[in-house]
Design a protein around this ligand. Sequence first.
Ligand SMILES: Nc1ncnc2c1ncn2[C@@H]1O[C@H](COP(=O)(O)OP(=O)(O)OP(=O)(O)O)[C@@H](O)[C@H]1O
Length: 215
Amino acid sequence: MHLDASNLAARRGEDLIFADVSFRLDAGEALVLTGKNGSGKSTLLRVLAGLLRPERGTVEFTDSRGETERNPREVSHYLGHRNAMKSELTVSENLAFWQNFLGDVLGASELSIEDAAEAVGLSDITHLPFGYLSAGQQRRFAFAKLLVAYRPVWILDEPTAALDASADRLFAGLIDAHRRKGGIVVAATHQPLGLQSARALKMTGFAGVDRGVWG
Ligand SMILES: Nc1ncnc2c1ncn2[C@@H]1O[C@H](COP(=O)(O)OP(=O)(O)OP(=O)(O)O)[C@@H](O)[C@H]1O
């Protein structure tokens, strides 16, 4: 799998948030987006995930057979600021929903709900309603969603917000394991994720935008 971002520009409301962002990620690579609040990290992630149309430029996912027209929803997981879980459903019910909804598009291996819960260190509380859990426990289960349906590209917005140090290390280990199997990761963060040999892209917000982009 390859991810090619080419000359991307994006706008929110009336404002151009960034322009001329290009990068290519090959299997196993990670890109960490840094930059101050409002600099456009979440906006870029939403463009990559196909949730926001770029003002200019293209995002292309190319699979191992060289097929370039892969839909972002088929090849990527997007973990946003919100956890996208129903408070009144149990953890198991939430994860079962996502497993069915996302489906096994690529025919690749995925974890059972029990194994995914164990992978995030919380195998004994999957029977509880999601809304009962602490903020850190909820974030861990939001991450478990990435494990119950296989997607080669993980797009992560502040994945370690609300996490303790042990969960930070756990997430870094899961991300590294995903990369070792050929996965690609793009993550926005304010704190070091501890990823091995990750590339970095510093978002600069308005300050970095060339007015000429409107041309
Ligand atoms: N729906 C919207 N309409 C108008 N402006 C928006 C909208 N969403 C975001 N913005 C603006 O776009 C800019 C970039 O926001 P974005 O969320 O991408 O930044 P960020 O780098 O992820 O910030 P943070 O570190 O605070 O999460 C901000 O100035 C924000 O106010």
